[in-house]
Every structure is written in structure tokens, then in C-alpha cells.
Design a protein around this ligand. Sequence first.
Ligand code: C5P
Length: 300
Amino acid sequence: MARLVYRSYAKLNLTLEVLRRRDDGYHDLASLVHTISLADDLHIDSAPELMTRVEGLDIDPDTNLVALAAQLLAATARVGTGAELTLHKRIPAAAGLGGGSSDAATTLVGLNSLWGSRVHLGELSRLAAQLGSDVPFFVRGGAALMRGRGDDLEVLPALSGQWFVIIVPTHDVRAKTKRLYAALEPTDFSSGELTSIAAERLRQHVPLAEDHLTNVFARAARTIFPELPLVWTEAEARCGRQFFLSGAGPALFALAKHRADARQQQAKLARMGLPAYAARTVKHARASIRFAADPAIGYP
Ligand code: C5P
């Protein structure tokens, strides 16, 4: 029985600016996105029918993006067989870390390989965009400048070994991304200049500093996630540095100087009783862990 195992990485929005509201209900954005070492694992086995299981999180496997991605590829490639997909969740869901989108892209790429369906990269990206605005980014991952709805991507040189510390406040806000976008006011919009500056630093292989980071949802998220304002203040006080939202939140991240610093800050944050992670930048959206002996693709 064929078995593929992928480590499917999360992302951080190092910058996220919204330029304007569009006529189709979406927003034009400018965002510098980077995959990081926090990851889910996706096991793909041959099977006569499509079947998905999720471990480590209470989500309905049938409405999970993994199941939707599998159905979409099967229909597009007219595949007559199935697959068993088992997702081991580590990335907190609905946090702004892109876990579900990453899993969806890995499903498309992984099943394309298992089924030998030879759907080319451009078509995979088009399918990815149907699943969600940031799924196309995860077809490749690494560092990218995201524009338009999120599916207009410019690949950038990845940051090498930039460490972060991340804390994830809990919430039960339904359809939170939609709500957050709807809560934006014109005064939250910006020109995209900060994102252009940050992207240029990556092109020049220069690291980023706090001054280069920004997130359009900072104001709106404080009003929508009840726990966020307190967690934000407390995290900044404990770690002595600025924290930034990723995506539509409520995950917060800060730059760390190196691995030891990231671990030290993670320990301080964990004492707040919330999930806290140390993670570093990675250059791809996924790694095959069929030969897990390779330390280069290890977990942080
Ligand atoms: O594309 P996705 O399903 O991730 O988007 C969820 C919601 O977020 C959309 O229904 C839309 O309301 C909002 N959104 C937006 N502009 C974007 C991306 C998402 O308004 N560029």
C-alpha cells in the first residue's frame, strides 16, 4: 500500500495591508508571507474510496479543507480511485497561521503524486484558489509577496533561520476571517508601502526588524476577540518586545534573536496557560517525511 507522509507548514503574515474593498466582496491586499516550522502531518494511503480522518483536533473531517481539496482534485483529474487521508493537527485552527490552507495545498500536491494525475502547477494553483485565498501560496510556500485577493504571488528569497515566538489566544468566533474583513474601516486601509519595503529587504537578503512588520486587523481584532487585548499586553510585558497579529488573528508573534531566545520567550508565554510556540522560517510549504532520518526537515 503506497504511503506518503508530508509535514505541512504553517505561515506568518509578516506584513498584512489591505488597500481597498473590491466590487466582488473581497479585499485587495499586500502581504509578506513566510512559511514557518510549526506543522501538521498528513498521511496519504491508497484506498478504493476517499476517506479523511483528523487527529488532535475536534473538526468534522467531511467539511475539512483536506476533504474538499481531495474531492476537487478527484473531480478535475477524473480519478477513478480514492485515498485515505489522516491529518495529525499541531497548528492551532482558525488562528491566522494558515494550517487548514497548508493542509489543503498538501492534499492537492500529495494526491496528484499518489494518483499520478499529472495536473500541472498552474492548474493546481487555480484549484487552490477555489479552496481559499491563501491556499495558492501553500502550493509552493517559502517567502512570497501576496497581492490581489491573495492569489497573485511573487516568490521572494526566503529568510534563513529567522526565529519567532508565537502565542495563540483561544476564541469561538465563527467565520472569523469574514467578520474581521467586514469590521475594517477605510482608516485601516494603507498603500502597501510597508509591505513593499519589507519585500525589498528580502530581495536584498537583509533581515527584518519590528519597524517593518504591520497588520491591518490590529484594531478590529481587539474588538472581536475578547481575550486578545489582555493577552497582547501581557505577552509584550513578559517578553519585552512588540507582538504582531498573523492573518486575521488571533495568533500573535514576535521576532526572536535566535533559537535559544525563541525558546526562552516561549517558556515565559507558556506560563500564561495558552499554546505558545518557538518556530523558524522554512523555505518550502511542505517536506516529505517518508525518510524521517533527515534532520534538515526536522521539527524545531
Ligand atoms: O478566501 P477565503 O475563504 O479564505 O476568505 C474568507 C472570507 O474572507 C471571504 O469570504 C471574504 O469575506 C474575506 N476575504 C476578503 N478579502 C480577501 C480574502 C478574504 O474580503 N482578500
